[in-house]
Design a protein around this ligand. Structure first.
Ligand code: 13P
Length: 287
């Protein structure tokens, strides 16, 4: 069931759990995530970065694949197809391609320009029945060529953006994309608490979910986080399982080179990782 991310995240914030946003890269990724969500009766958000959209042949291809797969696999849990860290132009492309949700990442603009562009895109998204995420305070690290410094959001600016009518808000709280460096200082719960107070019932989004310790995840959820983005962790377990298969020489045995066999361990590893995260986030059985 392709839906916007609004209802599932409003429910998650009220119920003190989080819905996982898992980035997709191809058919295998999409299928693994959808099947796991269905098995666990969990709502789920499929995140698509602009780079991944391009890789898959364009946003239209992604929408067609997700909609068809949702139907053919008989998925009954709520699924949102969401643009991750969208540019202004990318948001329009995804609206046109039939996504059910978009993120406009205007965090690198001055706050006035972020407000102006977010206002316009909120209007466009809501007129067409999509949900929209905005961002204040950059998420550090690098994702698909988008590099952020990782600064904590200003709660007053968060309130300004929230008041524009966005459906959920990503606020930088010291989180970064990719693997956390050994000297990472951890999440700023002080910032999160202040932002949560400033935005009221609005669900908050935690990017850079890879490698955040379980106790910090639990605390973040208790302070208003209702959507957690995970990308790198699925890539790493896929890599490790594929490497193990090849290093064991299994691709050389019989028809072990068949892509359906070659990619199977990686797919199973993604399923296990998504299951682990859904259990940790508390979204199991919430569909
Ligand atoms: P990670 O790659 O660190 O899990 O971050 C994912 C993310 O925030 C996508 O927007």
């Amino acid at each position: 069931m392709l839906v916007t991310a609004k209802d599932m995240l409003d429910k998650a914030k009220a119920g003190k759990y989080a819905v996982g946003h898992f980035n997709i890269n191809n058919l295998e990724w999409t299928k693994a995530i959808l099947q796991t969500a269905e098995e666990l009766r969990s709502p789920v958000i499929l995140g698509v970065s602009e780079g991944a959209g391009k890789y898959m042949g364009g946003f239209e291809v992604v929408t067609a694949m997700v909609k068809a797969m949702d139907k053919s696999l008989g998925i009954t849990v709520p699924v949102a197809l969401h643009l991750d860290h969208g540019t202004y132009e990318g948001c329009y492309k995804c609206v046109k391609a039939g996504f059910s949700s978009i993120m406009f990442d205007g965090s690198h603009f001055a706050i006035d320009e972020n407000i102006q562009k977010t206002t316009e895109l909120v209007h466009v998204a809501h007129n067409l029945g999509l949900s929209i995420e905005a961002e204040v305070g950059a998420i550090g690290g690098e994702e698909d060529g988008v590099v952020g410094r990782g600064e904590c959001a200003d709660p007053a600016e968060c309130k300004m953006i929230a008041d524009l009518g966005v459906d959920f808000l990503a606020a930088g709280i010291g989180n970064i994309h990719g693997v956390y460096p050994a000297n990472w200082e951890g999440l700023s719960f002080e910032t999160l608490e202040a932002v949560n107070k400033a935005v009221g019932a609005m669900p908050l989004v935690l990017h850079g979910g890879t490698g955040i310790p379980d106790d910090m995840i639990a605390k973040a959820i208790s302070l208003g986080v209702a959507k957690i983005n995970v990308n790198t962790e699925c890539q790493l377990v896929f890599r490790d399982a594929t490497r193990a298969y090849i290093e064991a020489g299994k691709d050389q045995q019989g028809k072990g080179f068949d892509p359906r066999k070659l990619l199977a361990p990686g797919v199973e590893a993604i399923k296990a990782k998504v299951k682990e995260k859904m259990e940790l986030f508390g979204s199991v059985g919430k569909a």
